[in-house]
Design a protein around this ligand. Structure first.
Ligand SMILES: *[C@@H]1O[C@H](CO)[C@@H](O)[C@H](O)[C@H]1NC(C)=O
Ligand SMILES: *[C@@H]1O[C@H](CO)[C@@H](O)[C@H](O)[C@H]1NC(C)=O
Ligand SMILES: *[C@@H]1O[C@H](CO)[C@@H](O)[C@H](O)[C@H]1NC(C)=O
Ligand SMILES: *[C@@H]1O[C@H](CO)[C@@H](O)[C@H](O)[C@H]1NC(C)=O
Ligand SMILES: *[C@@H]1O[C@H](CO)[C@@H](O)[C@H](O)[C@H]1NC(C)=O
Ligand SMILES: *[C@@H]1O[C@H](CO)[C@@H](O)[C@H](O)[C@H]1NC(C)=O
Ligand SMILES: *[C@@H]1O[C@H](CO)[C@@H](O)[C@H](O)[C@H]1NC(C)=O
Length: 758
């Protein structure tokens, strides 16, 4: 049985009239609170369809704990706002365009109006409910560009709703990444509706001022409408003058003679009249909360959940699967038609947070489950390059930033290209965007955390990479950046090769091998020799314990993991790596050591692929299976069920690949074979194509070693398959399982495309 933490409750509201008997309502298996505690930072509020721009939920203040998605299970709610991120770290972003109910006439709207909760928040796909200590019940539903608040006030109170334009999620970490309210504009009109805009800046990506417009309407005419203006908690004006603006705190207070109030609010990045249009198009005066919730469930079922169907799974595993699928598609945000930066017929996606996290296994599953949105994302990345000069590694509030390692959009584009994403993608421009990363050093944005070079976009340490073929310690994160630049250059190679640019293809394949320049064959740690280490301009290696990455942060030689992990990360050149490490036996022992010495961190992406590199040694695939099962133990569908930050769904995509029994080698068509969990799992690939994976003779928890395999009906002795084998046109994989490890994979090893010269 899944344990349900007291802080979250699953509910099923509304009769599912929208579903016929033949359709399965997968939302019954979804815990929207998965990954909201234990550092997961997932957003549990309302997202009406995958990637919707509006993400409506509570904003909580709880001591000095950062509420990255707005939500925390404890603490006080100080507003319900329409924009959030999901599963991010660094610092909270958004939490803007908010409303807060009050049960009195609000003598000063600038004071603390926050409320505790008299019951745990409840949520389901398309629905959220909070019950505040003052007795007010707030229920939420949404569409793509608008939100609906259903307020129920206790009788005998003076129902009021406060709109504080200065409301924004705070950060208490003191790292300089907190958001700032810059200025606002608020107007209420005689028909009882209000509109305006708020401007904010900073946050983790160090964004300059950006503006969001809003338009709010109520089901009842307010008995009084007041605007306010002030600084801190000091009111400068609070009266019936309808319009206020400026860099003071501004907003309005609406008081009603009715205890049941429906409030609907639209947003837009373009104008307040566009916000009103978005609202009136998507949530009309008579639109009910239940109808929006039903539509959200229907859409999530059709566009995401029904794409993966399983049989024979336990209740817990079923919940883990569908809750994780939800978590994969909350961000990025589809802001097509809502780009304030430039006019373009290309799609526009924001809230990429970040490719550093997601390129390893999230984007490849994104393509499979959401191919239409994925093609739009790729087009959007290229359009950002056209107009902003670089593709993002991370982006929010219409601004690139920040870059932790390499320019990993290159890996994403390469992965899409080799797996056949074409459609309306202009790949000549795609290649030019990748080449910009590879050839043009970005201007330094003078980030206090890493003042040596740009953290905004591109490859800050590119001058060294071009000059030496490695990155010297004059740059922060020198080693981890260099390793990622190698994989990025491999991505550029892949697309160049596909487009027939043979000179470029050779050049970037060559450059993709430069990770080898950081390999010090004499560096040693725990009976292993040969590690990637910092290297000076004169070619000498810096002595550094491969087991230590110092602070492992922005100013260090390795970012968020040590040399044991980064030494394994040139996944396009594994044969060379095996040779460097000392052959098959040493290679297997090294991966074992990464676990035995507890260097492996299940919650951090740089180690994700390392666990399955056993497949590059004949007869050792079963060890990857053991690791896969070991890693899965860190996951459940519960609030604390992610082993760390969701990282924009990267963590959720990881467990989904374990269930499928495959592991993507990003930038290549290769998938390493692990061990599928279920008697059957089918992935709908669009246009009638299906990948069907079955297991017989096994048990997910006790008998999960591969005994034999057929792919598309043919016996299979390789520990990998390619995109063309099973995804391009669909296919079948029939596994026979057992409780003993066997040496079934005796065939050709997985490709190591950069190792040709070894
Ligand atoms: C609330 O305050 C406003 C402004 O002071 C006043 O006009 C209104 O009558 C008050 N409403 C109630 C219900 O007290
Ligand atoms: C505030 O918004 C109103 C209505 O949208 C607009 O007419 C006015 O110019 C804006 N004022 C400022 C200072 O932006
Ligand atoms: C309160 O609002 C509801 C729903 O709009 C309506 O049915 C009811 O008559 C209203 N009550 C009062 C006292 O205005
Ligand atoms: C993205 O948003 C645009 C504009 O609303 C819409 O036309 C498009 O279909 C959306 N894409 C997906 C994959 O839903
Ligand atoms: C590859 O790199 C080596 C060493 O830097 C260089 O000598 C060679 O010319 C390069 N080849 C290509 C095709 O760029
Ligand atoms: C390293 O090798 C020595 C000698 O064989 C052995 O005693 C020791 O346990 C090994 N250390 C590790 C971490 O494997
Ligand atoms: C390279 O520079 C380091 C640090 O300045 C120095 O210790 C070392 O001797 C130099 N090596 C060579 C080969 O010049």
């Amino acid at each position: 049985m899944l344990s349900r933490p007291a802080s979250s409750a699953w509910i099923s509201i509304a009769a599912f009239s929208a579903f016929t008997a033949a359709q399965i309502d997968y939302t019954q298996y979804v815990n929207v609170f998965q990954g909201t505690t234990n550092g997961g930072n997932r957003f549990p509020g309302v997202v009406s369809r995958p990637f919707a721009m509006v993400k409506l939920g509570p904003d909580v203040v709880s001591g000095t704990t950062d509420a990255y998605s707005g939500y925390l299970p404890g603490g006080n709610i100080f507003g319900f706002s329409l924009m959030h991120e999901s599963g991010t770290g660094g610092a909270p972003k958004y939490g803007v365009v908010s409303q807060m109910p009050a049960t009195n006439n609000v003598s000063n709207p600038l004071t603390d109006l926050s409320q505790g909760r008299s019951a745990a928040d409840q949520g389901a796909v398309g629905y959220y409910r909070s019950q505040l200590s003052n007795g007010v019940v707030v229920e939420l539903a949404a569409s793509e560009h608008a939100g609906l608040y259903q307020y129920t006030f206790p009788s005998g109170t003076s129902p009021s709703i406060v709109v504080d334009v200065s409301h924004v999620l705070n950060s208490w970490r003191g790292l300089g990444w907190e958001q700032h309210y810059s200025k606002g504009n608020f107007t209420f009109l005689s028909d009882g509706h209000y509109e305006g805009s708020g401007t904010y800046n900073n946050g983790w990506n160090l964004s300059p001022d950006w503006t969001i417009y809003f338009c709010g309407k109520f089901s009842e005419n307010p008995t009084s409408s007041r605007s306010f203006k002030g600084t801190g908690t000091t009111l400068v004006a609070y009266n019936t003058i309808p319009s206020v603006s400026g860099n003071e705190r501004v907003g309005g207070v609406f008081t009603f003679g009715n205890t049941s109030i429906k409030s609907r609010v639209g947003i837009s990045f373009l104008s307040s009249s566009q916000a009103c249009q978005n609202l009136d198009k998507e949530i009309k005066q008579d639109t009910t909360l239940n109808s929006l919730t039903d539509k959200a469930k229907e859409t999530w079922n059709a566009e995401a959940f029904s794409k993966i169907q399983i049989t024979g799974a336990s209740d817990d595993d079923t919940k883990l699967l569908y809750s994780s699928l939800l978590g994969m598609f909350l961000i990025p945000s589809n802001r097509s038609g809502e780009n304030p930066g430039w006019r373009s017929s290309e799609p526009y996606y924001d809230d990429i947070f970040t490719f550093w996290d997601t390129h390893r296994c999230h984007t490849s599953l994104f393509q499979i489950v959401q191919p239409t949105a994925y093609e739009e994302l790729i087009r959007s990345l290229i359009d950002v390059w056209r107009h902003d000069g670089y593709m993002p590694d991370a982006r929010s509030s219409n601004f690139n930033g920040r870059v932790q390692g390499g320019s990993n959009a290159d890996n994403v584009l390469a992965d899409a290209y080799v797996k056949g994403v074409r459609g309306a993608v202009n790949w000549e421009d795609g290649f030019a965007a990748m080449q910009t990363d590879a050839e043009k050093a970005p201007a330094n944005n003078n980030d206090p955390k890493a003042p040596d070079s740009s953290t905004k976009e591109g490859r800050g340490a590119l001058p060294d990479w071009l000059k030496y073929g490695w990155v010297t310690p004059t740059y922060t994160r020198a080693v981890s950046r260099a390793i990622e630049y190698s994989t990025n250059d491999f991505g550029v190679h892949q697309v160049a090769a596909g487009l027939g640019k043979t000179v470029d293809a050779d050049k970037y394949l060559n450059r993709s091998r430069n990770w080898r320049n950081h390999w010090n064959p004499d560096a040693s740690s725990n009976n292993h020799t040969g590690f990637v280490v910092p290297r000076r301009a004169n070619g000498s290696f810096v002595e550094q314990d491969p087991g230590s990455c110092g602070g492992c942060y922005w100013g260090d030689a390795y970012y968020e993991d040590n040399s044991w992990i980064y030494s394994m990360n040139a996944i396009h050149d594994v044969y060379t790596l095996k040779e460097f490490i000392g052959g098959d036996a040493k290679f297997v022992d090294r991966v074992n050591k990464i676990f035995d010495l507890k260097i492996f961190n299940v919650g951090n992406e740089p180690a994700f692929t390392t666990a399955y590199l056993y497949n590059f040694v004949r007869g050792e695939q079963w060890r990857s299976v053991d690791r896969s099962r070991q890693i899965a133990k860190s996951y459940t569908a519960a609030a604390n069920g992610l082993p760390g930050n969701s990282d924009a769904g990267a963590m959720e995509s990881n467990i989904l690949w374990q269930m499928i029994g495959l592991w993507p080698m990003t930038g290549q068509t290769t998938f390493l074979i692990l061990s599928p969990w279920f008697p059957s799992l089918s992935i709908s690939l669009g246009t009638g194509k299906t990948l069907k994976i079955t297991t017989t003779g096994g048990n997910k928890d006790t008998a999960y070693y591969v005994q034999s395999l057929k792919v598309n009906g043919q016996g299979w002795d390789k520990a990998w398959v390619s995109w063309n084998d099973i995804f391009a046109n669909g296919g079948t994989m029939e596994f026979v399982m057992g409780d003993q490890a066997t040496n079934w994979a005796t065939g050709v090893l997985p490709p190591s495309p950069a190792s040709g010269d070894v």
